[in-house]
Structure formats: C-alpha cells, structure tokens
Design a protein around this ligand. Sequence first.
Ligand code: DON
Length: 309
Amino acid sequence: MVCRYGDDLKMMVEQVKQYTSEGKVADYIPALSVADPSKVAVAIYDGNDTCFSEGNFNEKFTLQSISKVLTLALALMDHGEKYVFSKVGMEPTGDPFNSISKLETQIPSKPLNPMINAGALAVSSLIKGSSNEEKLERLLQFVRDLSGNDQISYNKEVAQSEFETADLNRALSYFMKQHGVLTGDVDELLDFYTKQCAIEVNCEDLAKIGFALANQGKHPLQKNDIIPAEIARLVKTFMVTCGMYNASGEFAIRVGIPAKSGVSGGIVGAVPGNIGIGIYGPALDKKGNSVAGMRLLELLSSKYHLSIF
Ligand code: DON
C-alpha cells in the first residue's frame, strides 16, 4: 500500500513525545486523573477505507469539550440558526473555558459562544427529545453515523464522576436559568451534559468525525449527508474562532486548522475539503489543550500545508 502519511506520522509522534512531560492530566474531573500522561496518538482520515494512524491510536478517551461541536450541529439541525443564536452568541471570549465572568457583563445575559462551558450548556438544553435517554440516544446515533462506528457509547464512570463534581457548571446553569437563557431542571441538564462529555471514542473515530465536518457533513464511506453543508461550515468557523479557547488566536497562526480540544486530551481537526484528524495526548497545558497534540498539529500543518489561511 502506498502510505502517504505513514512514515512521517511515526517520526512526528516520536518528536512530540518529549513535550508530554510539560503538561498535566485533568484532575478536576476525578475519573480523568488516571490517564497516562505519556500517551500520544494520531489518526488521519482521507475518506478511503482506513486511517493512517500512529502511537496509542487504539486508546479510548472521552470527548469532553469536543462534544460541543456535535451538540451545536444537532441543535442547529433541530431548531435552525435563528433560535439557537437567540440563546448563544458568536464571539470568542479570551477567557478560560469554564469562566463565569462574561455572563454577568453581557447585556442581555447570554453566553458569548457555544464552545465555552456556559454556551455548550445552553446548547445542550436545546437538544430535542422527550427524556434524557432519548436525547442521548439521538446524540449517540449522530456520533455513530459521523464516525461510521456503531459501537460508540458513553463511559458511565466518567459521566458519574463529572456529575458529582460539576458545581461550576451547575453555577453557570443556574445563572443562565435566572436570566432566561435556559429553562428546566438544572440537574437534568447536568445529567445529559456530563453523559454527552463522556461519549467514548478513539483517534480513528475522531478523524472520521473530522473528515465529515471537513467535507460538508458527508459520511466518510456512504457519502450521504449527516450534517447539512451550511451547518458544517458554521461549526468549522466556531472551531477556528473558539475551538481552542483562549489559545485559539495563537493556534490559528501556528496551525490554521479548524479544531476542537477536550480536557481528556483529544483534539479533532477538520481541514476543509480535505482530511479529518484525530489526536490524543492527555497531558494538558494550562489552557486545557493537549501539549503534544498542539505540537503534532503544528508539525502536520507545516509539513502538508494544511493551514486554511
Ligand atoms: O464541562 C467540563 O468542564 C468538561 N466536561 C469539558 C471541558 C473541556 O473539555 C474543556 N476543554 N479543553
């Protein structure tokens, strides 16, 4: 088989491994603290049968904030742009992902964008379904369709661990409920949100999800649209402006790939009209992004000229 990325990937993974010691695994969600910080993995999907993968690519991890791009797409499909953006804004914050400060200074009070926790909670409250089970099943089916992996489910232990310790997210939700951004029972919302964040994938699943986002929402193998092209475009734009939180500006300059990170150490990348990238490296920098993963994306972008700018 002609291997377009194979040899390079091996070298790049070796090269970025040294940076894992500069980061720390997330421990504010207790179940995430057991991850091995030395792990690094990458998968690239170009729409053909298999991924180009290197490192610990079979390792499973939870989506965490990467799920925010998927709930945003689903909420937009459920309600359309006008309604969704009456609840959440379109501007980057420059603040940490779990910050509450801008909620108080914005008038009317609504979260600035769907990638920060406040915005993602508001978006999750919009997912259609008569119960949390139904909402979660719809979301899981969506992720299975995008990744072509029917086995995808959520990690109960991680979900429970976050549910028991999510007081900051509860505070954000109560604040937004008071200001009419969301309605309903906050603990019900937290139950759904923590399960959404605990959806479990590996790098190859992520690369396939990234490919679908990169290619107008089409399924990697069946070529049927899972996400309308306009919504895929919109979601990718948020990935550029807010996907790496308060590191999004530097990331756009150094890497220039629409991407979204999660505190489990995953990063999904979507190079428009081209490949999907899945990364795993649980050692995080202070802003909550994978240290080795960011370096790896920088190497990939420069080697294959992947920046959209
Ligand atoms: O709500 C939280 O804090 C987590 N479930 C997700 C945060 C996250 O992944 C931020 N990403 N870098």
